[in-house]
Ligand binder design. Sequence first.
Ligand code: NAG
Ligand code: CU
Length: 404
Amino acid sequence: MKSLLVIATALAVGYVGAIPADHPLVAKLDKLATLNKRQGGMTALANNMFNPKGGKVAAVAGAPPTRQANQKDSPAGANRVKMRYGPYKVPNMGVTNILGEEGALWNYADPVAEKPCDAQDGGACTIVGMYAGLEYPDGKNANIDSGLWLHHFVLFNVGPGRQDATCSSISLPHMLVGSSASGSERLFSSGNERTQAIVPNWPTGKNVGYKLKKEDKFALIVDLMNENMKDEVVYLTITFDIMSPAATATYDDMKPVWFDVAQCLTSEWPAPYNSGNYTVPAATWVANFDGEIIGAAGHLHDGGQRVTLEVDGKQVCNSEAKYGETKEYVQAKAMHANPNSATEHISSMSVCMGPKFLQKDLVKGQKWKLRAEYDYNKNKGMMHGNGKQSTVMGIAIMYVRVKK
Ligand SMILES: *[C@@H]1O[C@H](CO)[C@@H](O)[C@H](O)[C@H]1NC(C)=O
Ligand SMILES: [Cu+2]
């Protein structure tokens, strides 16, 4: 069993990349899936292995409620609900996990997360907007300027008929939350850039939303970093704009498509170079459903310049990174006091939508390809004490309208 876990670890950090179907590692993933089944899930196993010193802890006394409805600035007709997930304890910088990551809550699986509408309409609602944040127990924003990173999270929807568009049944992130790619789909994600996906504000995002059913259940993978020398407890927030099923009866449904250089793994990819520039391509995805494209946004790590999407050889989307736009994203001192490590961090990624998305329709059989471009000469990366760049990522989530 130990060796299988070592394989899981290797897969998890992305050493094998996007796996072609005939790759011998697929057989090993198969074994992992069997192990997963036999043990009734690998959630606890993986959490104990990767995060022995961190994870979900008891609610903090006196903290604000975990569901806060009627937030300001919701789009017309929607209720903006902020959900606070956790709280999660993030170990301090002095704690190194088995993957060599310091101060990390690493891909922590939280298989039970409340939906924004579990408290109303019996758990059915239409999501028209989503964005994420990180907060201290008292509700104050947690960001890089106080050493806390919303490194990333993955929101899964687990339910009957849910099938991830870009992974088949054997997929590590889905297994981490005790599900599979044929029983759940990755619905939303965000890194510390905290991109807002408020689709009614996008040119082709009217009268469409993600229709949550009563039977659907949420699960999370939470990845946080703490650059302080003491453990910190924080809440992940996801703010949803929701509408009732009755108000959205005529709306089209929306399906997410997750592109990733480390597809069906946990998205980390070892930086192929420690300096200069390089491009990491993802494996080609052959579109497996038809729809109308609403928008897409990318996620990169520091040093990243852009995520591009290509359809049948033509570039159609360019999601660009910007750095240090506000003080929250600028550090006084680089990690490990390494002068080659970044102090200015990615603070936004542009969204491809409307005229900036050169492809209007998703058509079965199209060949889609994501590329993640890095250039450490333009922006420094996050370096370990040993001079190696930490792992990178290249992700884009695209939302597609599916006609009723
Ligand atoms: C590196 O940067 C140069 C100049 O911007 C560009 O022409 C080249 O395509 C880049 N190479 C890679 C592998 O991204
Ligand atoms: Cu990331």
